[in-house]
Design a protein around this ligand. Structure first.
Ligand code: NOJ
Length: 559
């Protein structure tokens, strides 16, 4: 076990303003689907350890692991029953320590997922709350309330679960009678904690210390905008078309309450007492960048996911605007901007950027979805979008498999779907399974090298052999080769620590800027645009003339 940051001599300096998280490229590992060492069909921590060299070659700085803690897996691990242990599906605490040490030995930082908004209903505290009955201190750790109506038969308010259906479930009391209701903003197996209770705050300080003492470099904080609820839990009806994790509304009684920031100020202090620039990254689905930036004020978290950037259409004007606003707004609070195009909750950007119909976040796409993407167009745009993103100053997040150009899997059979969204909406929303399909490592072999048995918790498409890592590693034109080149150049030219200067008069459909000695030009229009003078460092597609074709981004060495 280690309490120092990296054992590798490449550890960056820690002077204020140069902390690693300001410029890092952080690769999200979704452990269930990364690599499966024991062959049970679900990826695991030894699988991660076995492939760290591949990530080192790719050129990332850090990994973020989605939850691997003890969990009944009703929401793929975001339902935690024991925050300080590893679920046997993923291995043991020893496996975790070995993975952490192996990552650090390669100069790769490790961030783990922390899920503070809710626990699993199998958590010892929730089980104790059920047993202890109304009015008990055990129930006060969660949000139990009496129901409305003559006999308490109606939920305490009208809130809906993010995954569909009511956000309240009624319990049966010890005497066998229907009793109180508990709040769950997500699945009924995920009861929300009451964060006004000091016991909850103390418990999470203990959990943070547990992982910090093991040597983790930070936390990605799940639903960081949801911990506090408006006093009195007033009714609220979200707009019909709002995305699942946040929506566009302000003044939602359960998202972005001002009291939540005190929690992060406390955590900031707690992390600051450790060496090695430990960091907190907020998953806060707020509608604007200005609101998101509240999570990264100097005494709070260090990073927040830039979801407004992720949600932007493939449109030059939109992108120029969101990039500009991100850099300005995050800089105003002394934080780096982050950039992200894909994660385990959204349609993969190799498909999303070619969708032709509205697709609210969390709804997913399946066989009956309108406006299904054309695969070639989606991949071409995804490569251009990533080439643009990795030239931006700040920190960037990658989601496993995007470096292979994986598309969203659309044709998952109904009976293989796993996302609670699918069940809670009676199949109306497909949910997120399509971006969670296990990775292809080799063109041959069972489950494309995900394991040696062929078992896979979600079926892999029959046509994925050409997207396997071993095939792409041998192909200079592959998406993997493109990502590897981009990351090497980004590092060599210190683009993460750079600054952006817009190129004037580049054209309405073009995003063009300079960062250090690199000129970046992305053509989002229908017609080719002139290629600026200079040596081409990298291009998202091969160039056949001195123009930049549609849906292509080029990096050029500026004088
Ligand atoms: C956000 C996570 O990214 C998502 O996968 C999960 O379902 C919800 N939070 C609930 O924990």
């Amino acid at each position: 076990m280690t309490t120092t940051a990296l054992e590798d001599a490449s550890a960056p300096p820690t002077a204020p303003g140069t902390e690693w998280w300001r410029t890092a490229v952080i690769y999200q590992i979704y452990p269930r689907s990364f690599a499966d060492a024991n062959g049970d069909g679900v990826g695991d921590l030894p699988g991660v350890t076995a492939h760290l060299d591949d990530l080192k070659i790719l050129g990332i700085d850090a990994i973020w692991l989605s939850p691997f803690m003890t969990s009944p897996q009703r929401d793929a691990g975001y339902d935690v029953a024991d925050y300080c242990d590893v679920d046997p599906l993923f291995g043991t605490l020893d496996d975790f320590d070995r993975m952490l040490q192996a990552a650090h030995a390669r100069g790769i930082r490790v961030i783990v997922d922390l899920v503070p908004n809710h626990s699993s209903d199998q958590h010892a505290w929730f089980q104790a709350a059920l047993a202890a009955g109304p009015g008990s201190p055990e129930r006060a750790r969660y949000l139990f309330r009496d129901g409305r109506g003559e006999n308490g038969e109606l939920p305490p308010n009208n809130w809906e679960s993010v995954f569909g259906g009511p956000a309240w479930t009624r319990v049966t009391e010890a005497d066998g009678r229907p009793g109180q209701w508990y709040l769950h903003l997500f699945d009924s197996s995920q009861p929300d904690f009451d964060w006004t209770n000091p016991e909850v705050r103390a418990e999470f300080r203990r959990i943070l210390r547990f992982w910090l003492d093991r040597g983790v470099d930070g936390f990605r904080v799940d639903v960081a905008h949801g911990l506090m609820k408006a006093p009195g839990l007033p009714d609220y009806t979200p707009p019909a078309d709002s995305g699942s994790m946040g929506g566009d509304e302000t003044d939602v009684p359960y998202w972005g309450r001002p009291e939540v920031h005190d929690v992060y100020r406390e955590w900031h202090e707690l992390l600051a007492a450790y060496d090695g620039d430990r960091a907190l990254c907020a998953e806060a689905w707020m509608p604007t960048i200005a609101q998101t930036a509240l999570w990264v004020r100097p005494d709070e978290m260090h990073q927040a996911f830039n979801f407004p950037y992720l949600m932007s259409d493939w449109n030059a004007q939109t992108l120029r605007h969101v990039i500009d606003e991100s850099l300005r707004t995050f800089a105003a609070v002394g934080a780096p901007s982050t950039w992200v195009l894909s994660n385990h909750d959204v349609v993969r950007h190799a498909s999303r950027l070619a969708l032709t119909a509205e697709n609210p976040q969390g709804h997913g796409i399946g066989p009956n979805s309108p406006g299904k993407p054309i695969a070639e167009l989606g991949l071409r745009r995804a490569r251009a979008a990533t080439t643009l993103m990795l030239a931006l100053p700040g920190s960037a997040y990658l989601y496993q498999g995007e470096e292979l150009g994986l598309p969203e899997v659309i044709d998952i059979p109904d009976d293989a779907r796993q996302d609670p969204t699918w069940f809670r909406t009676g199949g109306e929303r497909y949910g997120r399974d399509g971006c969670r399909v296990p990775l292809p490592w080799t063109a041959d072999g069972p489950s494309y090298g995900f394991n040696t048995t062929g078992a896979s918790w979600l079926p892999q498409p029959a046509e994925w052999a050409h997207l396997a890592r071993d095939v792409e590693a041998r192909d200079e034109a592959s998406t993997l080769s493109l990502y590897t080149r981009l990351l090497a150049e980004r590092r060599a030219r210190a683009l993460g620590a750079g600054s952006l200067v817009w190129m004037p008069d580049a054209g309405a459909d073009v995003v063009a800027f300079r960062n250090g000695n690199v000129t970046v030009i992305a053509n989002l229009g229908d017609r080719p645009v002139p290629l600026p003078a200079g040596r081409v460092i990298v291009s998202s597609e091969p160039l056949e003339s001195d123009t930049v074709p549609r849906d292509v981004t080029v990096w050029i060495e500026a004088d």
